[in-house]
Design a protein around this ligand. Structure first.
Ligand code: PHE
Length: 340
């Protein structure tokens, strides 16, 4: 066997034994690279005699072609094996159960609000809205609470800088300004509920600076206290799914209703709980909204949503409502499907 023949079988053996592409590339550089054995041999050919040159040149060219072919073949083999290994390691097992993805929960307040809207909706009420940042006029003055009225002090109001026209602004202390907005905008008969955020500067175990109320207003030509009582009783029976629930209407005072009453509920055969205020709309309020009190009258009520929610779902601490603690929300929140 010629020296070239030995070289050939040596390199071919190395090629077939190469187990990785980098190993194969090293072997290639060693033989066919710029300084590889075979490349060096080919350079030597130039120094030989013409006859030798011809024979050796032809032989070396064949050797080079054979090895190149062997390299390409082994390279394809190794690439194929690498691809197969990758495919095997990255296979998707479609039979694996999916990882649970975290799902949001409906806040109990939103859930109760949906229920209240649903119940009042069936009774013929539509939803009305007003801004959280309210003009002093709607929050107080038009509700028969003029600037010097002591009732203003009872509500620990958040005051905001006045607008350019000097109209004082407040964070609404109740949802009653929506009554005024609705009556000024529309004509009787009126039958609305106004749910929303309300604000008072107080913060303790039973009060948060932001809370929610739901307001009701009915204006027509022959409404009376009986309608008011019947309406609230019906609501409470449906809301608590218990038609034995008893309400008590205790004489109360609100500047915007006359007569006024505090609404109490007989809770769990044990005690009266205050759940809202109500009354017949004061004639001054109707006048402030250009509604003739000789023809129209009506009733209004307002209640705290947090209270209703705590009672219905046995939630004890009011402050946790607004702490955005996911553990609390997971426990007390509702599945999105439950949303009506
Ligand atoms: N706005 C009153 C409050 O926040 C509740 C109320 C509403 C009373 C409507 C009478 C009529 O305390």
């Amino acid at each position: 066997m010629s020296t070239h023949g030995q070289l050939k079988s040596h390199v071919l053996e190395e090629i077939s034994k190469a187990t990785s592409l980098t190993e194969l590339e090293d072997i290639r550089i060693n033989s066919l690279g710029k300084k590889g054995h075979i490349t060096l041999l080919m350079k030597e050919v130039g120094q030989k005699s013409p006859e030798e040159r011809k024979a050796m040149g032809a032989e070396l060219n064949i050797l080079k072609d054979t090895l190149t072919e062997a390299f390409d073949y082994r390279k394809a083999q190794l690439e194929n094996a690498a691809l197969n290994a990758r495919l095997a390691s990255e296979t998707l097992d479609v039979s694996l159960p999916p990882r649970p993805s975290p799902r949001g929960r409906i806040h109990p307040l939103s859930h109760v609000l949906d229920q209240a809207i649903h119940i009042f909706g069936q009774m013929g009420f539509i939803v009305a809205e007003g801004p959280d940042i309210e003009e002093d006029f709607y929050n107080f003055t038009a509700l028969n609470i003029p600037p010097e009225h002591p009732a203003r002090q009872e509500q620990d109001t958040f005051y905001l800088p006045a607008l350019e026209d000097n109209q004082p602004l407040v964070l609404r202390t109740h949802t009653s300004p929506v009554q005024i907005r609705t009556m000024i905008k529309g004509k009787p008969p009126i039958r609305i509920i106004a749910p929303g955020r309300t604000y008072r500067s107080e913060n303790d175990a039973t009060h948060t600076p932001m809370f929610h109320q739901i307001e009701g207003l009915v204006i027509d030509t022959s409404t009376h206290m009986g309608h008011l009582k019947g309406c609230l009783e019906e609501f409470f029976h449906l809301f608590f799914e218990d038609s034995s629930i008893k309400l008590r209407f205790r004489p109360g005072y609100f500047p915007f209703t006359e007569p006024s009453a505090e609404v109490d509920m007989w809770w769990k055969e044990s005690k009266w709980l205050e759940i809202g205020g109500c009354g017949m709309v004061h004639p001054n309020v109707l006048r402030n909204c250009n509604i003739n009190p000789e023809i129209y009258q009506g009733f209004a009520f307002g209640m705290g949503l947090e209270r209703l929610t705590m009672l219905k779902y046995g939630i004890e601490d009011l402050r946790l409502f607004f702490e955005s603690d996911l553990r609390w929300l997971t426990y007390y929140g509702f599945e999105p499907e439950a949303r009506e």
